[in-house]
Design a protein around this ligand. Structure first.
Ligand SMILES: [Zn+2]
Length: 402
């Protein structure tokens, strides 16, 4: 057997420990019997691995009391609320939301700060203040093991460089590097695109839980998305995949800020909706969008016509996504979720006309389960993806003799 294929016993154990930890993180409290069944390891191995995680202060184990059936009750393994946690941050144009999120996806503490001028320096300073404030509110035994930040822009995945965030007016901001040096301690910092992270969150903990092939499309002023193929997020070579808003619907369409024209965003973004409803550009904003949606729901023109036009554009976009990815579900979020709610029939008609029948039948159109917190939860999941493996490796290094 070639040397490279030999797996050392401590590597197998580390792999198994991280598998158990990931199960507890993904599914919350579960019995040893459930762990045994889902990991395909024997009962004594599971008992031993869980014991190790208990000693490391990551999980608790208890024997459920009352209502016992015949035979031994299976121990319940649950994440500890004073164990490891990550700092999750969502950077928006006018606010920063920070949260301490523990194993199992539990949000322990959450802060929201209004930021008038979201310059890179102001955002980094605010995140550092939030990290200190959250740490002070967590139990003394709880340790910060990673940081995940959601940004509305294109992100270079490898190092967390924000290449372009048009609404923040950022270009080439090394946010990952700035936070790493500011927060110190060799802390793992990951930056993600807000829509990609929304997709990750809805897949792990929201509307698309348990599904393996999912597309997420989210639209307010901008239109973005994320794609899950066979259970894994699709990021592309540099991390820029999922730009659903810049699929071209018509080569002769309106100009787009990306440099092309006729992009999806120019047909189904909020600016298209408002212009279609006859609103002047200087009155654009969330209040105008809410008014148009309310008018459309009441059947008043020209709002109803504007929503119908956007709905047709949304249906065409969904048809493209269905033909390319053959998803089990498409999760439609933010203002586009309102369009879906008001004009579902029109959208389904357009999908039926444009998507191939074989793929179309499988795709359910869903709305998100996590609401406004999807990107924040996604940021915590991004941090945990790296932290769960690192935790096991790090503790091993600490505890190894000599
Ligand atoms: Zn574009």
């Amino acid at each position: 057997m070639p040397r490279s294929t030999v797996v050392r016993p401590d590597e197998i154990r580390r792999h198994n420990l991280s598998q158990v930890l990931q199960q507890v993180h993904r599914r919350g409290a579960l019995t040893r019997a459930e762990l045994t069944a889902s990991l395909g390891l024997n009962r004594s191995t599971i008992g031993d691995l869980v014991g190790d995680l208990v000693r490391r202060g990551m999980v608790d184990e208890r024997v459920p009391g009352g209502g016992e059936k015949a035979g031994r009750p299976s121990h319940v393994v649950a994440p500890r609320s004073d164990g490891p946690y990550v700092l999750a941050v969502e950077v928006e144009v006018e606010r920063i939301v920070s949260a301490a999120v523990g194993l199992g996806g539990r949000v322990h503490v959450r802060h929201e700060t209004v930021v008038a001028e979201p310059s890179p320096a102001a955002v980094v300073a605010q995140i550092a203040r939030d990290a200190a404030r959250l740490a002070a509110q967590m139990p003394a035994s709880a340790t910060l093991v990673g940081v995940g930040v959601s940004v509305p822009g294109t992100i270079q995945r490898a190092d967390g460089l924000v290449v372009h965030a048009p609404n923040l007016r950022w270009r080439n901001v090394p946010l990952g590097a700035k936070l790493r040096s500011r927060l110190g301690d060799g802390l793992d910092v990951r930056i993600g695109n807000n829509a990609n992270l929304g997709a990750l969150a809805e897949h792990q903990r929201g509307a698309a839980r348990q599904l393996r092939d999912v597309v997420y499309i989210v639209g307010s002023v901008g239109v973005g998305g994320g794609v899950i193929v066979d259970g894994a997020e699709v990021y592309g070579a540099g991390g820029y995949a999922g730009e659903i808003g810049h699929i071209m619907l018509s080569p002769d369409g309106p100009e787009c800020h990306c440099g092309s024209n006729g992009c999806v965003e120019t047909y189904i973004g909020e600016h298209a909706l408002l212009a279609e409803a006859g609103i002047e550009a200087d009155a654009f904003g969330p209040a105008a969008v809410a008014a148009v949606l309310a008018d459309a729901e009441a059947g008043r023109q020209p709002a109803a016509g504007a929503v119908a036009t956007v709905a047709t554009g949304l249906g065409r976009t969904l048809a493209i996504l269905i033909n390319v990815f053959n998803p089990e579900a498409i999760v439609v979020g933010d203002t586009l979720a309102e369009i879906l709610r008001i004009e579902r029939e029109r959208i389904e008609r357009e999908v039926a006309r444009r998507a191939m029948a074989e793929a179309r039948g499988a795709a359910a159109l869903l709305t998100p389960a996590l609401g406004r917190d999807a990107s924040l939860i996604g940021a915590s999941e991004l941090a945990f993806q790296y932290a769960l493996t690192a935790l096991i490796a790090r503790d091993r290094a600490h505890s190894s003799p000599g």
